[in-house]
Design a protein around this ligand. Structure first.
Ligand code: NAD
Length: 264
């Protein structure tokens, strides 16, 4: 059995450039035959996303800033008008003030806590609710999280708290929409060099630590995430929902630096 997305139509949210995790996912889905629509945050990013979408045969681009709920409503209205129904949605959106992605978590400001939660967590619930209204009964939703939700990672701070809430949202949404056959899952990706990833202090050190200490002894790529996303969005995973699926070279199962490092 192979993963086929022939005849399936879906929305990709979160492509900023060709390093974005959402781009790795979009490539995998288009390669399996899916028809894609893309959102972009602001005109400057739109100019970058347009040629990328065209590379995958899509001219369906919609502006969306999740802080503006009217723009989310407009996206769903446009999807309904052009396609009628939707088979899948990918939410690869996250933001926090980079001045607070360093130092102590305890120094997080109330303003940035709320903003981080709205953009990085609650937006998925708002999108899921609206997407479900036009989704086919075997639809699939996917968001992106990071292991800083369950363990403390240096400088990840408030993003870790938002990702913990996002992962809980995945389970509640899976409960809400499961009776209709709609599945909701997350991929917990290892660190990858992207625009958002670069906002975290000492990101380079995190990458190098993962590369040395994960069982596979390497960091993951957007293509690695794309392959797992294809599985979670296709019928191959039709029995899977509410899951946090790690694509992190196995880093999450480790408990101490690797033996070869300790022996040095
Ligand atoms: P990226 O910078 O390429 O993508 C982040 C996207 O979020 C951008 O497209 C940006 O436009 C969008 N965004 C931010 N604020 C928004 C808003 N208000 N409205 C609409 N869109 C908004 O970085 P990425 O690493 O590909 O991030 C994608 C997702 O993957 C994020 O949720 C991130 O937390 C998660 N993730 C990243 C890593 C990593 O190491 N890069 C690891 C695990 C999880």
């Amino acid at each position: 059995m192979i993963a086929s997305m022939q005849g399936k139509r879906g929305l990709i949210m979160g492509v900023a450039n060709n390093h974005s995790i959402a781009w790795g996912i979009a490539k995998a889905l288009a390669g399996a035959g899916a028809e894609l629509a893309f959102t972009y945050q602001g005109e400057a990013l739109g100019k970058r996303v347009k040629p990328l979408a065209a590379e995958l045969g899509s001219d369906f681009l919609l502006p969306c800033d999740v802080e503006d709920l009217a723009s989310v409503d407009a996206v769903v209205a446009a999807l309904k008008e052009r396609w009628g129904t939707l088979d899948f949605v990918v939410h690869a959106i996250g933001f926090s003030d980079k001045n607070e992605l360093k130092g102590l978590y305890a120094d997080t400001s109330r303003e940035n806590f709320v903003r981080t939660m709205v953009i990085s967590c609650f937006s998925f619930t708002e999108i899921a609710k609206r997407a479900a209204e036009i989704m086919s009964d075997d639809g699939s939703m996917l968001t992106l999280t990071y292991g800083g939700s369950v363990r403390i990672m240096p400088n990840y701070n408030v993003m870790g708290v938002a990702k913990a809430a996002l992962e809980a949202s995945v389970r509640y949404l899976a409960g809400d929409y499961g009776p209709r056959g709609i599945r909701v899952n997350a991929i917990s990706a290892g660190p990858i060099r992207t625009l958002a990833g670069a906002g975290i202090a000492d990101a380079r050190a995190m990458l190098s630590w993962q590369q040395k200490n994960s069982p596979l002894r390497r960091t993951v790529t957007i293509e690695d995430v794309g392959g797992s996303a294809l599985y979670l969005l296709s019928d191959l995973s039709r029995g899977v929902t509410g899951e946090i699926h790690y694509v992190d070279s196995g880093y999450n199962i480790t408990s101490m630096p690797t033996v070869d490092l300790l022996n040095k």
